[in-house]
Ligand binder design. Structure first.
Ligand SMILES: *Cc1c(COP(=O)(O)O)cnc(C)c1O
Length: 443
């Protein structure tokens, strides 16, 4: 399979180059040349297949030409070594729980897949010494760091905004050591993302070091996210709930939503998509006005969606040939304030017993507004609520008496991270400083 750049100024490349480069040299995002339609017989047979079998068919459509079948099967089954269940929240709404992996957030899927694919290329082609740069607003860093931990020939640098990620999130990528370095930037997430992008554009740096990105711009992270749309559909089919299906995605950089759009192009029957945002609502503004005006992100309690210039927007435009009307027809948008998110966490818990995290809460709220009679809604529950323990407890306890306070237990996997020692490199928000650090020999 060949990959072209959304900016169309760079040459097409093969899979390995698209994965190792991350971003195209013209600053565009790579897109697969073809999106293969999967046969109806496959879609109908999904309820009888295992998750790994379903995901293998989806993976084969993208990567089958470039990776040996047996190796691809292994990559897929190692990636999906945890459950991705759907859970009924109320009569019309289901949650797709993507938080049963090692770092309790959906990014485990893409990160685990990408690490294993890069390791495959290193083995096959004798590549060595790959440096992965990743900017994180919280969950990307932990998923990538844990996905790549101990993978030979790869060093990972996680850039994160100092003081703007939760203690639990921070502990998941600053305590690992080995081939993982956490860089604590004096700035916002967008600054971290800008530093990473600038590094890829710097000729001197890229001639010294082999750099690749593990943000959702990377096709090896982004395309595997299409797997779980099929897994969700298969589970809904068993319940007879696939007619008039609306999928809702809490969105930041829009990688997850874009993977859903790919799944639909592959033939998955979805009526429409909903993008749920916090106050960072440039995409909603685009839907409403046809104009895309990136701006600095603002901090919210759903901080993994604090993105002011979503990188995958370029892919959505490309997928629909820049046709605003077509995009508006396919994707609806909603935005929520912190206050509304908190009250949704409380009322959903009181009314249904289901505990949302702040990101999933946006998805749940948006479906509540968007669904029409007879439709089934599924939102992506992108992280475990315990990753946002303080926010979630505060929301639920708002009208609890003092002697009946709700306390959210921290899963053991998270506790283990928090007991380890933080190691990070402090970095001013300056490309010169970042570059000098990367150019100096690794300590
Ligand atoms: C990354 C993340 C999102 C946003 O996903 P995108 O693919 O960037 O739109 C939403 N929720 C959580 C918990 C995340 O970690």
């Amino acid at each position: 399979m060949r990959y072209y750049s959304t900016n169309r100024q760079a040459p097409m490349v093969g899979l390995r180059e698209a994965v190792v480069k991350g971003l195209a040299p013209d600053r565009g995002l790579y897109m697969p040349e073809k999106i293969k339609k999967l046969p109806d017989t496959f879609l109908k047979s999904m309820p009888n297949l295992t998750p790994a079998e379903i995901a293998c068919v989806v993976a084969d459509a993208f990567f089958g030409e470039d990776i040996e079948a047996e190796a691809l099967r292994t990559i897929v089954s190692e990636t999906l070594n945890f459950d991705i269940p759907i859970v009924s929240v109320d009569h019309a709404i289901f949650s797709l729980e993507l938080f049963h992996g090692p770092t309790l957030a959906f990014k485990d899927v893409g990160a685990r897949f990408m690490a294993r694919m890069l390791a495959y290329f290193i083995r096959q082609q004798g590549l060595d010494d790959i440096n992965v740069l990743v900017a994180t607003s919280g969950d990307t860093g932990s998923a990538v760091a844990n996905g790549f931990l101990g993978v030979e020939g790869i060093h990972v640098y996680v850039l994160y905004p100092s003081g703007k990620v939760s203690a639990i999130q921070e502990s998941q990528f600053t305590t690992l050591g080995e081939n993982i370095t956490a860089i604590e930037v004096d700035g916002a997430f967008d600054d971290c993302q800008a530093l990473v992008k600038a590094a890829f554009m710097d000729a001197e740096l890229t001639s010294h070091l082999r750099l690749t990105s593990a943000n959702s711009i990377n096709v090896a992270r982004f395309l595997p996210q299409a797997f779980y749309y099929f897994l969700a559909y298969a589970q809904l089919a068993i319940l007879g709930r696939t007619d008039r299906l609306v999928l809702c995605v809490p969105s930041g950089n829009f990688g997850n939503l874009t993977a859903g759009l790919f799944a639909k192009k592959m033939g998955l029957p979805v009526n429409r998509f909903v993008a749920a945002n916090n106050r960072n609502d440039v995409f909603l503004e685009y839907l409403n006005t046809g104009h895309y005006k990136p701006r600095p992100s603002v901090q919210t309690i759903a901080n993994a969606m604090d993105v002011g210039d979503p990188s995958n927007f370029a892919r959505i435009l490309d997928l629909y040939s820049h046709d605003h009307q077509a995009i508006w027809t396919e994707i609806k948008g909603y935005r929520y304030s912190d206050e509304t998110i908190r009250s949704a966490i409380r009322t959903c818990y009181e009314e249904t017993g289901y505990l949302l995290d702040p990101h999933g809460a946006c998805g749940y709220l948006a479906l509540k507004e968007e669904l029409q009679d007879g439709e089934t809604g599924l939102f992506l529950e992108t992280a475990h609520p315990a990753k946002f323990k303080d926010t979630v407890e505060e929301a639920v306890n708002a009208d609890h008496p003092l002697d009946a306070q709700f306390s959210l237990p921290i899963p053991e996997r998270l506790q283990a991270f928090m007991q380890r020692t933080k190691q990070s490199v402090a970095m001013e928000n300056s490309f010169e400083a970042f570059k000098a650090y990367l150019m100096s020999p690794r300590k």
